[in-house]
Design a protein around this ligand. Structure first.
Ligand code: 9W1
Length: 425
């Protein structure tokens, strides 16, 4: 790692000469994000964000670049930082800096640099903040309360961020309105089921190149993420086994045609294991004791505590990285267990996160929330607001139309039948 940076008026990135590569990635993402491109056309014509200064703090990826350039096209001034030092793609950051965006982001920055970057994005006194993790909102409240007067509102992308903001609002500590982008159906359902589902399988395949057909694929946790992984694995010919603690979730797995058993049972028969529970110690020492030679174990759930690697480490006689993101643990009896991405999120560490087509809808929610706040101005109450259902429907409608799928429409008579209780059954 070098300590050189490219720095100019209003940006700091790793290496501006990578801008060409970054631009190619952004072009690719644009071609897979029809909702964003449609909104870009529409709101560039209307200049819906004219006069808005938007500070954003969100993973600097090719998809995020499409969001940034859509906000810009709609007339906003932008300043940007990454919300996670490890998710920043330096070539994408370079392309944005090259296009005149005030961006402060580079891969592998430390905590001090992280807050320095956030502070730079607040220098132009934003009217709106856009968050993934709520770091900007917290930073404004903690260190720059003088900015609150001119702030119209903010958005938050993640579940954790929204939880913390609701707690803040309940305590009367939230000082400007926030829209919870996380709680939209077009964000939550598609990110978790289809985004995590595909990218987790992608991570497993990149790290191992195993054949899934005919294998016993064990999914711990049959929530949105787990069911997404289960369906994709099933589509590739694996026998899916789900483990659960929640009766209705287990029943869903059964009615989808999957087996349900305890992890103690599944450990003996599984070939590939993925944890997606959000809880700790899902796969522990006693499970490793009974696993087959060659078992592959990974996690797409809560950080890196779902698989107890401390216990595995104690049982192992040796450990080596046999390929990128794939570590082989050899046990006393000679059995080998393969752990992917050191138990961290396999879809981010070994693959590329959610595909552009999925981020298209999540970011459409971000964009339309920005437009809504610009329109409503200071009329929006200081609270955590939900995405209205018509915004979800509108995004899904554009996505369908842009990919060539037509919807039926209710006749006036059918509408009457559905809405008038007196019309009878
Ligand atoms: N977000 N554009 C890693 C992503 C880290 C990451 C994280 C995404 C996107 C879950 C957002 C190594 C992209 C992001 C590529 C990558 C996320 C954390 C996206 C998936 C969420 C903690 N959370 N996300 N694309 N890193 O895919 O913005 O490759």
């Amino acid at each position: 790692m070098t300590d050189t940076f490219d720095m100019g008026e209003g940006y700091k990135v790793r290496d501006l000469s990578q801008a060409g590569h970054g631009r190619m990635k952004i072009d690719w993402a644009e071609s897979r994000m029809p909702v964003m491109m449609k909104l870009r056309d529409e709101h560039a014509a209307k200049q819906s964000l004219e006069g808005m200064r938007i500070a954003g703090c969100l993973h600097v990826t090719k998809e995020t670049a499409v969001l940034v350039e859509t906000l810009k096209a709609a007339g906003a001034e932008i300043s940007w930082s990454g919300c996670n030092p490890l998710s920043t793609q330096d070539d994408v950051a370079a392309a944005l800096a090259d296009a005149g965006v005030s961006i402060y982001a580079w891969h592998g920055m430390d905590v001090e640099e992280f807050y320095w970057c956030i502070d730079r994005t607040l220098d132009f006194k934003p009217t709106l903040t856009l968050d993934d993790g709520a770091d900007l909102i917290f930073r404004v409240h903690d260190k720059h309360p003088e900015l609150i007067e001119t702030l119209i509102g903010g958005t938050e992308e993640t579940t954790t961020g929204v939880h913390r903001l609701r707690a803040m609002a309940d305590a009367g500590a939230l000082k400007y309105p926030v829209i919870a982008v996380n709680d939209a159906e077009t964000k939550w359902d598609f990110d978790n089921v289809f985004g995590t589902g595909q990218s987790s399988i992608d991570g497993i395949l990149r790290a191992t190149s195993v054949l899934l057909a005919g294998k016993n694929f064990v999914v711990a946790g049959f929530g949105h993420c787990g069911s997404g992984c289960a369906m994709r694995a099933s589509g590739m010919g694996a026998n899916v086994i789900a483990t659960e603690v929640k009766p209705t979730a287990a029943l869903k797995a059964v009615l989808n045609g999957f087996s349900v058993m305890t992890m103690d049972e599944a450990a003996r028969v599984g070939d590939v294991f993925i944890t997606a529970t959000g809880c700790k110690d899902v796969i522990v020492g006693r499970h490793f004791e009974t696993m087959k030679d060659g078992a592959v174990v990974c996690n797409t759930g809560h950080y890196d505590c779902e698989i107890n690697l401390v216990e595995l480490e104690e049982m192992a006689t040796s450990k080596r990285e046999i390929r990128a993101n794939c570590e082989e643990y050899t046990l006393k009896d000679g059995r080998r267990i393969y752990v992917l991405a050191q138990g961290r999120l396999v879809n981010l560490a070994a693959a590329e996160g959610h595909p552009s087509e999925v981020m298209d809808m999540s970011f459409a929610n971000q964009f339309l929330s920005m437009v809504r706040m610009a329109r409503e101005g200071k009329d929006l109450k200081v609270a955590v607001h939900d995405i209205p259902d018509d915004q979800d429907q509108e995004i899904a409608k554009i996505k369908l139309a842009e990919s060539g799928h037509d919807l039926d429409q209710l006749t006036a008579d059918q509408l009457h039948y559905l809405t008038d209780y007196a019309a009878g059954t």
